[in-house]
Design a protein around this ligand. Structure first.
Ligand SMILES: Nc1ncnc2c1ncn2[C@@H]1O[C@H](COP(=O)(O)OP(=O)(O)OP(=O)(O)O)[C@@H](O)[C@H]1O
Length: 266
């Protein structure tokens, strides 16, 4: 289990995260949703151990994050940040191989090829990372973190993804969420920040709604993604059509123009 208790984080005495507590179970996808500036990436960085937290604690598999060396932390969690820049002219293949390095594995071209196949990046392997499109870069970064945790291990691990599909087309977004669905079955807990409410509703096991640094609601999708609660967090009219075995859940944000017409027709 990845657990965070009472995380409180300030920048220049401005509270950014306010007493946030979460539990991420292996085998589950938890999605963090919230408006711009809510504190999602900040909370994510605290959970990943990228920024230290003065108040509260982050615990991986029962051990405080502060006790992990960078090498050991890389064995239990892989992190895909929102933006990744590289200062060297790496090829896509070399970026993916960085995941292998973090995993402590010896050279495994078979594993790298399998992951690049899965993420539809194999055809990009000889291209310079800097020349790739936004969506291609994201897939290469995803391949890197998947490479880090691809081999099964006898302990629980965690995959942290900050807006992993933000530059991808619709088909690829679903493809990535399908990969996540498969990888979590390897005793891996996945935490993802998404802005797409429909992807979250249909692929997540749990949802965290964050607003102004505070967790407003968290729990199973059906309990958290209600019209009233989403409207409270996003301050915009939102309709929720609950799904069934055969039909996906549909979350619809209401365009202003439609409200405008309804007001005029009323
Ligand atoms: N280094 C920093 N210095 C000052 N303010 C910061 C810093 N990092 C984050 N913030 C502020 O903290 C707040 C939360 O930022 P954060 O990036 O966590 O939000 P977010 O929910 O991920 O937003 P978005 O959806 O736009 O990516 C914002 O108001 C941001 O301006």
């Amino acid at each position: 289990m990845l657990q965070a208790q009472d995380i409180h984080f300030c920048i220049r005495s401005m509270p950014i995260i306010n007493k946030a507590s979460i539990s991420l179970a292996p085998g589950e996808l938890t999605v963090i949703l919230g408006p711009n500036g809510a504190g999602k990436s900040t909370l994510f960085k605290v959970l990943a151990g990228e920024i230290p937290c003065k108040y509260g604690k982050v615990v991986y598999n029962g051990f405080p994050i502060s006790g992990f060396s960078a090498k050991n932390l890389a064995l239990v969690r892989a992190v895909m940040p929102q933006h990744s820049s590289l200062s060297f002219p790496f090829k896509a293949l070399e970026v993916v191989e960085l995941g292998l390095l973090a995993s402590g594995n010896s050279y495994r071209p078979d594993l790298v090829e399998e992951v690049m196949e899965e993420t539809q990046t194999l055809h990009l392997k000889e291209k310079l990372y800097g020349d790739l499109s936004g969506g291609e870069k994201q897939r290469v970064q995803l391949a890197r973190v998947l490479t880090q945790i691809w081999d099964k291990k006898p302990f629980s691990r965690y995959l942290l993804l900050d807006e992993p599909t933000s530059s991808m087309d619709i088909a690829l977004q679903h493809h990535v969420l399908r990969i996540i669905h498969k990888i979590k079955k390897r005793n891996i807990g996945v935490l993802a920040i998404l802005h797409d409410l429909n992807l979250a509703a249909n692929y997540a096991d749990k949802i965290i709604l964050l607003k102004k640094g505070s967790i407003i609601h968290q729990g199973p999708v059906n309990e958290v993604m209600t019209s009233a609660q989403l409207e409270q967090v996003f301050e915009h009219p939102i309709q929720v059509f609950s799904g069934s075995d055969k039909n996906p859940m549909i979350i619809q944000s209401i365009p202003f123009i439609q409200n405008h017409l309804e007001i005029k027709l009323a």
